[in-house]
Design a protein around this ligand. Structure first.
Ligand code: RFL
Ligand code: PHB
Length: 390
């Protein structure tokens, strides 16, 4: 079999890349080792930057997003006794949208199936090879058990942190930067109307807590916990009590409801270079991970794909290699700036020690966001997202 671009992974990065390439007349095949149901139900990110929404809209993927997504013009930061709001349009002229990653993935899968474009679920033994030639291959065993070999012009690793593509780059060429944070997030989804119109990020001496949402009927909440905690030890009652303590504010109360999903996620920052080796390009979590505090992981994957789709169209359709040659440098600048922002939000809001000095430094940073318009603008600009540079 022959295709121009072989894409490993049907997460947001791989699916969006396939969509943008098809719109510009470049054919691609996407292979995914999980089932359609699994990728559509995997609970992850919830906040889309303005640039992500604009790109999805322009690509014809905005219909349900604009109908069901919730535009948010601000967020709240909280510490004991205070809840303060950042006004995004006033500070940046932009907004963010609450629309779950599950919904983005469903829209992308549906668009691909409607267009009858190749997308293979439940493949096994995915192998990328011959990357240093101009005819790289993507091989896999399809769901019927048949071995398939795709001859490609380019292979894209959009296979997330645990996928095989990054490991296909020779070890001596690879450099990684990594930080594992000494805390994790316990996240729940609950059938209860959100107790707030906009997200609340709360610093508390017992640990960070956050109130987010998925719709007017579904709330998403998080608690900072120790990474060694086991979800079995957290009953729904214990979770709600802890959330009520950490999010409490005079005159406000947190409504509770039936929990229908809960899990614990470790927090890490990770960057791997190069993002290109010969005819292999990496995009999204395959090349970098940010902790979720800044709501950046999904948006960063979309930013990679915005760049990469243009680079591949120029290379494969117009014979122009310039953007492909600068992909890694351009992408990594955004990756590092986002890594910095996510790390800053994380370390400002999570408590790691009982040292009252550290706590006062965190509180001083939080207060500065509301006493300095420069500090407020900096946070807001990063949160709503840097321009995609299209
Ligand atoms: P994805 O979504 O991980 O998709 C990669 C896809 O590749 C498939 N794959 C393979 N396919 C074929 N053959 C193989 N050998 C394969 N190996 C893997 C996988 O099954 C998968 O479908 O990466 P992508 O597309 O780069 O998208 C990135 C985002 O998913 C990610 O950045 C965010 O979801 C990160 N993230 C969060 N970001 C936020 O902004 N807010 C959040 O609340 C948030 N929560 C999370 C998260 C990431 C999590 N992970 C990765 C553990 C919660 C979790 C649990
Ligand atoms: C979410 O709704 O899942 C969410 C929102 C904001 C974040 C992280 C996760 O910073």
């Amino acid at each position: 079999m022959r295709t121009r671009v072989g894409i490993v992974g049907a997460g947001p990065a791989g699916l969006l890349l396939g969509h943008l390439l098809a719109q510009r007349g470049v054919d691609a095949v996407i292979v995914e080792n999980r089932s359609r149901d699994y990728v559509e139900a995997r609970i992850r990110a919830g906040v889309l930057e303005q640039g992500t929404v604009d790109l999805l809209t322009k690509a014809g993927l905005g219909e349900r997003l604009h109908r069901e997504g919730l535009r948010h013009d601000g967020v709240n930061l909280q510490w004991p006794g205070e809840r303060a709001r950042l006004d995004f349009p006033a500070l940046t002229g932009k907004s963010v949208w609450v629309y779950g990653q599950t919904e983005v993935v469903k829209d992308l899968v549906q668009a691909r199936l409607d267009a009858a474009l190749p997308l293979h679920f439940e493949v096994t033994e995915t192998v990328v090879a011959d990357l240093e030639t101009d005819r790289p291959t993507l091989s896999f065993t399809d769901s019927s058990g048949a071995r398939q070999v795709l001859d490609c012009d380019v292979v894209v690793g959009a296979d997330g942190f645990h996928g095989p593509s990054r490991g296909a780059i020779p070890e001596p060429r690879r450099q990684t930067w990594e930080r594992t944070y000494p805390y994790a997030w316990l996240g729940i989804l609950a059938h209860v109307a959100p107790s707030t119109d906009e997200l609340i990020y709360a610093w508390h001496p017992r640990g960070f807590a956050m109130h987010s949402m998925r719709s007017h009927q579904v709330s998403r909440l998080y608690l900072q916990v120790d990474p060694t905690e086991r979800i079995e030890d957290w009953s729904d009652d214990r979770i709600w009590t802890e959330l009520q303590t950490r999010l409490s504010l005079d005159g406000w109360s947190l409504e509770t409801g039936p929990v229908f999903d809960k899990g614990i996620t470790p927090m890490r920052s990770f960057v791997s270079s190069p993002m290109r080796h010969g005819r292999l390009f990496l995009a999204g979590d395959a090349a970098h991970i940010v902790p979720p505090t800044g709501a950046k992981g999904l948006n960063l994957a979309v930013a990679d794909v915005a760049l990469l789709s243009r680079a591949l169209v120029a290379l494969l359709r117009d014979g122009n290699a310039r953007l492909a040659d600068t992909y890694e440098d351009t992408a990594l600048q955004r990756v590092w700036r986002t890594t910095y922002f996510s790390s800053w939000m994380t370390t400002m809001l999570h408590t790691t020690s009982d040292d009252p000095f550290d706590h006062q430094l965190q509180l001083a940073q939080l207060r500065q966001v509301f006493s300095s318009s420069a500090a407020a603008t900096l946070l807001a600009e990063n949160y709503v997202g840097l321009p995609l540079g299209e």
